[in-house]
Design a protein around this ligand. Structure first.
Ligand code: NAD
Length: 391
């Protein structure tokens, strides 16, 4: 018999990966702790067990809940009355599938990093398993945690833009502009290895964020795409720059750019949605603002924290307007949403606003399917590329 955490107290979180020197694990820990919805109590933090144990000790975890690997963690946690409520998977892409599958089959809820898996086949299997087991799976599409992204979604869904005509979304990064994967950068090494990262390079790593963001805000379903992938850094096995043209159901068009070689761009996620009567602009380096331009020529800056915003934006807002919030709060909003979704499922009720419109396994599957279609399209290269003739 295991006992679930009470609906009031924090949920118990376990983590796989995210140990010493890893990137995203620490962001998960900060986010999970921010609202006291979660306590980190167990982990298999590193591919190297000894390093993982040292890390667990530095985090103040009890030695008995620091495990050699995820299999030992499942066995150990399953034997406890106070077993973890969910596991956060913060490992390289190719390991998401076996780890998530094992936890789901053992009856645990899962929070998984994106892209959901390295192959479409695995993503299909995992998403089916989530449905079959009735477990919860959240996928950390970070940018859908921002209050002003929820405001944008609210505005698009309540007709404030009119019928959407075109979406421009981009995620440019600069950190892989040189061959750092061959200079000892561990994060770049697995990201440029097709077996570990999956078939798409920049398109899998960050294009999936952009694709999710565009669909999340617009509410539009992708119908088809055509893609042009490039690898600018010599010897790299995967794309480091992607341009994708999108056709959405209902006739809207889109353009998506992801790049790991865009000098001067740190994490410049940008979304623009143009409708028949208005447009919206959002830029992650100014995440507390949404620019709304209307057909009548008026342009207004909508600020996070303003009284008249939607409930979806308000429940994700912590500080008054003018005090900056950003990435960590957006990530914490995802963790708050996952906690609420898990509690609501247990209580047999509908989730409150924070637990609605959160990224789940199906969104993860759609992301991997998107990568597959992009890579296939680019490989087929059957687009008519015409050379303009100046007369
Ligand atoms: P990383 O290389 O910095 O860290 C990976 C960690 O996983 C390391 O601690 C490593 O020891 C551990 N690990 C590897 N295999 C393991 C195993 N079998 N068992 C236990 N631990 C294992 O990677 P990262 O940059 O943090 O990326 C991890 C994941 O997070 C990737 O899927 C990536 O796409 C995703 N990510 C998401 C975001 C976001 O915004 N949501 C941002 C960055 C990375």
């Amino acid at each position: 018999m295991t006992s679930d955490s009470t609906s009031q107290g924090p949920l118990r979180l376990g983590m796989v990966g995210g140990g010493s020197g890893a990137y995203i694990g620490n962001i998960h820990r900060i986010a999970a702790r921010q609202d006291r919805h979660w306590d980190l109590v167990a982990g298999a933090f590193d591919v190297d067990a000894a390093r993982g144990h040292a890390f667990a000790a530095s985090e103040g975890l009890s030695a008995e809940r620091s495990y050699d690997d995820y299999r030992a963690m499942i066995a150990g946690e399953n034997a406890r009355e106070d077993r973890i409520d969910a596991v956060a998977i913060c490992t390289p892409n190719f390991t998401h599938f076996p780890i998530a599958k094992a936890f789901l089959e053992a009856g645990f809820d899962v929070i998984c990093e994106k892209p959901l898996t390295a192959t479409l086949e695995d993503a299909v299997t995992l998403e089916r398993l989530v449905r079959e087991t009735g477990r919860f799976m959240g996928v950390t599409y970070t940018y859908s945690g921002y209050p002003m992204i929820h405001e944008a979604k609210h505005m698009a869904s309540t007709g404030m833009l009119g019928k959407i005509r075109t979406i421009q979304v981009e995620y440019p990064l600069e950190w892989m502009a040189t061959a750092i994967e061959s200079e000892g950068n561990a994060q770049a090494a697995w990201r440029t290895d097709p077996k570990k990262n999956g078939r798409g390079g920049s398109i899998g790593d960050i294009g999936t964020h952009a694709y999710h963001l565009a669909g999340f805000v617009s509410g539009l379903k992708l119908e088809s795409l055509t893609a042009d992938l490039a690898t600018f850094v010599e010897g790299r096995a995967l794309d480091d720059n992607a341009h994708v043209m999108l056709r959405y159901e209902g006739g809207a068009r889109g353009l998506l750019w992801s790049s790991q070689v865009a000098l001067g761009s740190s994490n410049g996620v940008r979304l623009r949605v143009f409708g028949e009567t208005a447009s919206l602009r959002w830029f992650q380096e100014r995440p507390n603002e949404l620019v709304h331009a209307r057909l009548n020529g008026r342009t207004e800056i909508i600020k996070r924290g303003a009284d008249e915003l939607s409930e979806a934006a308000k429940v994700r807002t912590r500080t008054p307007p003018g005090h900056p919030e950003g990435y960590l709060e957006a990530f914490a909003n995802l963790y708050a949403g996952f906690a609420e979704a898990i509690r609501a499922k247990r209580d047999g009720r509908q989730p409150t606003a924070i637990g609605r419109d959160i990224p789940t396994a199906y969104d993860g599957l759609k992301g991997v399917a998107f990568v597959d279609a992009v890579v296939d399209s680019a490989a087929a290269n059957n687009q008519p590329w015409l050379t303009p003739v100046a007369v």
